[in-house]
Design a binder for this molecule. Structure first.
Ligand code: DC
Length: 221
């Protein structure tokens, strides 16, 4: 039997950073489910698919195949065999992902892929609906969050360090808008599972969050 850890929470709460570090310490496979949704969104953007047209969406999805592979311990995501890991972190892809991941057809495409991975290996999986929908029996569930102001500040620093000009207010506005969409969509909305441990990382360092996750995991192993 594999041991499964589900980490859910809104964008920018630091999920992927802490999940990657915690998985490494635990020697678990880190599964970034957001990257899978992003790869589908990239495929939809490339095909200029009108995702509000159900037939067009179904047609486009039938031509999209997403898979993941691990190279030197890092997850790579493939769109029809092409490694698109480096192409899925743009604002354009983020926006399309937030909209397309609300479509049941898109979610259905990834559910079995994610469940199969968790059945085979010890995984630490992060996303929005892992504890509520994908792995309702996960051994440990964590809901990781932080205030909009903190998340906007972190994203602002990330972008300015990359030399990109941006406005803090705009980033905060985008984050609030995406939270709203993720939390209010009809299917698999972002919400804390009843048995999830809530971790507000607004005033915690990355190391503190990782340490807390390791303690919680070891208590249950
Ligand atoms: O975690 P991320 O920022 O890479 O996620 C990108 C988008 O995908 C975000 O709008 C929410 C969506 N997503 C989802 O609906 N379900 C998941 N399990 C993971 C991500």
């Amino acid at each position: 039997m594999s041991f499964t850890i589900a980490i859910d929470g809104p964008a920018g709460a630091g999920k992927s950073t802490v999940a990657r570090l915690a998985a490494k310490k635990l020697q678990f496979i880190y599964v970034d489910t957001g990257a899978m949704y992003r790869a589908i969104a990239l495929g939809l953007l490339r095909g200029s698919t009108d995702i509000e047209d159900a037939q067009a969406l179904a047609g486009a999805l039938s031509q999209i195949e997403v898979s993941i592979r691990y190279l030197d311990g890092a997850q790579h995501v493939y769109l029809n065999g092409e490694d698109v890991s480096g192409l899925i972190r743009t604002e354009q892809v983020s926006d399309m992902t937030s909209r397309s991941s609300a479509k049941p057809e898109v979610r259905a495409k990834l559910t079995s892929l994610q469940r199969d991975l968790a059945a085979r290996e010890n995984v630490l999986m992060d996303g929005r609906d892992i504890g509520t929908m994908i792995l309702p029996n996960a051994d440990l569930k964590i809901f990781l969050t932080a205030s909009v102001a903190t998340r906007a500040q972190r994203r602002f620093l990330e972008l300015t360090e990359k030399g990109e000009s941006c406005s803090l207010e705009e980033i905060a506005g985008d984050i609030a808008e995406r939270d709203y969409r993720d939390e209010h969509r009809e299917i698999a909305p972002l919400r804390q599972a009843e048995d999830a441990v809530l971790l507000d990382t607004s005033d915690m360092t990355i190391e503190e969050v990782v340490e807390r996750i390791l303690i919680l995991a070891r208590e249950r192993m």
